[in-house]
Ligand binder design. Structure first.
Ligand code: PEP
Ligand code: MG
Length: 590
């Protein structure tokens, strides 16, 4: 039966594919396709791991002391029984043999299928066996970690077929079916892992439009919906799902007529993209000849390829925190050392071939904890807590390590060093002192380092209201509208339950942005917007009218924004922007 689920539109376009349900806790499991001739080897890999776990449990059972509680032996019996469960074994074989999932993915997928059945059971005792199944699966996964896959390299990543076939529906029951990712929640770090996997689309139950998970999803340039409440409960593994990233709707088990309609929309979208591609080499000039700088936001050094390809004239925001997140769970150590960071920054700089790269110092905290799940455990209001520059200043050795790495990398090309979430004069002075200290340390040791332009993010209302202070110390400013909106309106940007109040067009927000741009322009200091507003085509004209000439966004949005610029007359937009700013409800005038 067809039904729809409504959420928030995050990334445009239509995806049609089969649902892959990924539990939040399982996002760290590798997801890739194996070659058809390797399915037997992959099944053997699971079997070997399972047998080893069975032996282990049997041994424990045999060695149980006589006075061990009876429940313990019974529990081990249950685990042994689950390990031999026909549904688990045949299901795993099915995902590997028919879908060519890698072993870990097949196992966690089948776990989800069975776990759901446990959830629906009336008998409480049986319902609780889900936890045992989870433990058993966890043990097999751990075993497999120790025994590497015979596959050296994943041949294809999940959903890779989307690129060459959008008629997946005709290929039902083959591995070429496009896949869409459905999850309750995915941390930004885990989302980044999926960046290479090319799922055709994705949806989560929770999250706001500018949550960092949504931002990473947008950078993947695939249709996405967040805040879809109970989608991960309502949608079953393998259901056909349409993800309408334009409207923020999921359509489950669509009828042929709905499929035809969306197939048409999908093709229209592709045609539109092809048309936009023709603008790649067109200079970003308004009708009245104003040159507009279009920069890229990146999360990892390798994203520079996409930035150059989209015609970005530099990187306006390199979110370096993605080098810091989710490391411990991958066994990479808590923090990246100076050399690792230096190499990453150098790679980004070299990837831009002489174009400037704005490296933002680490912005850990709130919805970007070092490790998943940690932020909620610590404080009630993590977005107001030890985040970004506050986190850096609380740990000077860590901060100095990052600063040294950036200064060293600056030898390889033009670098702007951007500092997030500054609000106080003392923070500014401490930050500048540490930058001097880092440079002096390098100079004393004769280690080469390069010049950097210094910039501050304007993303706390207090900063926007004390611009003179910032203009005194910094060479440039970058407006982080995502946080500026969050902190001005007191709306958690990651909370879907208040997302209807997260309003980029609130007069207070627009006033802070307009005043920042005007003040910088008056003083001849460069200013750019690097929040999601810069990549929103509905806001381009207004920002131009406010006098903005530098926009930084994910590469996938650059051409659409350029199209708006080419159609705009910046001079004429000025008067209209003033009118919008004076309005009680600016959104109505856009
Ligand atoms: C912002 O707040 O607008 C911004 C660009 O930074 P982030 O989204 O990483 O918080
Ligand atoms: Mg921010």
């Amino acid at each position: 039966m067809t039904f729809s689920v409504h959420g928030l539109a995050v990334s445009r376009g239509i995806a049609i594919g089969r649902a892959v349900l990924v539990a939040s806790s399982r996002a760290d499991v590798a997801h890739y396709f194996i070659d058809a001739d390797k399915t037997d080897a992959e099944i053997t890999r699971v079997r070997v791991a399972r047998n080893a776990v069975m032996e282990e449990i049997t041994r424990v059972q045999q060695d149980l002391p006589r006075d061990a509680p009876h429940e313990l032996a019974a529990l081990l019996d249950v685990h042994l029984m689950l390990l031999q469960d026909e549904q688990l074994i045949s299901g795993v074989k099915h995902w590997i043999a028919e879908r060519h999932y890698n072993a870990e993915w097949a196992l966690t997928t089948q776990y989800e299928v069975i776990a759901r059945q446990f959830d629906e059971m009336e008998d409480e005792y049986l319902r609780e066996r889900k936890a045992d199944l989870e433990q058993v699966v966890e043990r097999i996964l751990r075993r497999m970690k120790g025994a590497p896959s015979p596959m050296q390299q994943p041949t294809r990543q999940a959903g890779a077929s989307r690129k060459d076939s959008n008629q997946g529906l005709l290929l039902d029951d083959t591995v070429d079916v496009p896949l869409v990712l459905i999850a309750h929640d995915i941390s930004p770090a885990d989302m980044l892992q999926f960046k290479q996997s090319l799922f055709a689309g994705f949806a989560t139950d929770v999250g706001g439009k500018t949550s960092h998970t949504a931002i990473v999803a947008r950078s993947m340039d695939i249709p996405a919906v967040v805040g879809a409440r109970s989608a991960s409960q309502l949608i079953k593994q393998d259901d056909w799902v349409i993800i309408d990233g334009d409207m923020g709707v999921l359509i489950v088990d669509p009828s042929p007529i709905i499929l035809a309609e969306y197939g048409f929309k999908q093709r229209q979208g592709e045609l539109e993209r092809e048309r936009l591609n023709r603008l790649k080499h067109t200079p970003a000039l308004t009708i009245d000849g104003q040159r507009i700088e279009l920069l890229a936001n990146i999360e990892m050094p390798e994203d520079t390829a996409g930035a150059v390809n989209a015609g970005a004239v530099g990187v306006g925001l390199f979110r370096t925190e993605f080098l810091f997140m989710g490391r411990e769970s991958k066994g990479l150590g808590k923090l990246p050392d100076e050399e690792e960071q230096y190499l990453a920054y150098r790679k980004a700089i070299e990837g831009m071939h002489g174009l400037p790269v704005t490296i933002r110092t680490v912005d850990i905290g709130a919805d970007k904890p070092l490790e998943r799940g940690k932020s909620q455990e610590t404080h009630l209001n993590p977005a107001l807590g030890l985040r970004a520059i506050r986190w850096s200043l609380a740990d000077p050795p860590m901060f100095l390590t990052q600063l040294r790495a950036i200064l060293r990398a600056a030898v390889h090309g033009p670098v702007n060093l951007l500092v997030p979430m500054l609000a106080h004069a003392t923070e500014i002075r401490q930050t500048l002192a540490l930058i001097d200290h880092a440079r002096a340390g390098l100079d004393n040791k004769g280690i080469p380092n390069g010049p950097v332009r210094l910039g501050a993010m304007i993303e706390i209302p207090a900063a926007a209201l004390t611009l003179k202070l910032f203009l005194k110390y910094f060479d440039f400013l970058s407006i982080g509208t995502n946080d500026l909106i969050q902190y001005t309106l007191a709306i958690d940007r990651a909370d879907e339950s208040v997302s209807h109040l997260y309003d980029p067009c609130h007069p207070a927000v627009l006033r802070l942005i307009a005043d920042t741009i005007a003040e910088c322009n008056a003083q001849g200091k460069s200013v750019s917007v690097c929040g999601e507003m810069a990549g929103d085509v509905n806001m381009t004209r207004l920002l131009l009218g406010m006098g903005l000439r530098s926009f930084s966004m994910h590469p996938s949005q650059i051409l659409a924004v350029k199209q708006q610029i080419l159609r705009a007359d910046a001079g004429k937009l000025q008067a209209w922007a003033r009118q919008v700013l004076d309005s009680e409800e600016p959104a109505l005038l856009l």
